[in-house]
Design a protein around this ligand. Structure first.
Ligand code: SAH
Length: 236
């Protein structure tokens, strides 16, 4: 029996997704969900987090990511998820702005603290990433890093303590939610993160993020397309 792989990309922000949508000539799906915006390019589904009704901004963060990932798997037959987006890097990683990382071996949460037996472990995540990620990173000439997610662009002292104790070096707002949903469904997740800011510098992450988003988005597009090429899903 041949099992068809159905790949979806999840990209939280429209600005991060636009280059990929253009390059793949993706079309808006005629039927749209309430949460998320869905596009199709050949056999590939591309989902962004969509716009929040109340504020009009992209629905960054864990809730939309989890809802959309579950919908893609349950209602659209997705069997493999690829997340591409931006991240903050800890200064000890000595990353360049716009450097791309594949996430391996794990994704944690640093703001999901539940100090009760077993719940602590649940909140922390520690979701394992597929073993094929390091060889893929090698092929693409990228470094790997442990990712930790939280629902804030900034961080508290306690967030940072947990982040470092878990060996994380890059920080985003969606990875742990996608990883949790994929783990529940036993679906592989590949996570590509491009650095917009060095988040532990005195200069606020938000200002660095805005200054570097365009450059990082170009790198998100380029590396996503190279990955799709590697998987035989895009040729140019
Ligand atoms: N200030 C931005 C808000 C974007 S939120 C704006 O005006 O548009 C940041 C997004 O980039 C999230 O999707 C998150 O996953 C990622 N990100 C980049 N740097 C981050 C950091 N230092 N901490 C957490 N998430 C970060």
């Amino acid at each position: 029996m041949v099992i068809k792989i159905m790949l979806a990309l999840y990209i939280a922000m429209e600005a991060e997704a636009q280059g990929i949508l253009d390059a793949l000539d993706a079309q808006l799906l005629p039927q749209q969900p309430i949460i998320g915006t869905y596009y199709q390019a050949g056999d590939i589904l591309i989902a962004t987090s969509g716009k929040d009704l109340a504020t009009g901004v992209d629905c960054v963060g864990t809730e939309p990511a989890g809802i959309v990932a579950n919908d893609l798997i349950v209602h659209h037959g997705v069997t493999q998820l690829f997340n591409a987006g931006t991240c903050g890097a800890h200064s000890s990683l000595e990353a360049q702005i716009a450097e791309a990382f594949l996430v391996s071996p794990t994704i944690f949460s640093h703001d999901h603290r539940i100090p009760l037996p077993r719940f602590e472990e649940f909140g922390m995540g520690a979701h394992p990433m597929p073993e094929v990620v390091p060889p893929l990173a090698k092929k693409l000439g990228l470094r790997t890093a442990i990712l930790s997610s939280g629902n804030s662009l900034d961080h508290t002292e306690r967030d940072l303590e947990i982040f470092l104790a878990n060996g994380a070096r890059i920080k985003d707002m969606e990875g742990s939610a996608l990883a949790w949903v994929c783990r529940q469904h036993d679906i592989p997740l590949t996570c590509l993160k491009v650095v917009t800011d060095i988040f532990d510098l005195p200069h606020p992450a938000a200002e660095q993020f805005n200054a570097n988003l365009a450059q990082a988005a170009e790198s998100v597009t380029a590396v996503t397309l190279r990955t799709l090429q590697e998987w035989g899903l895009f040729d140019n």
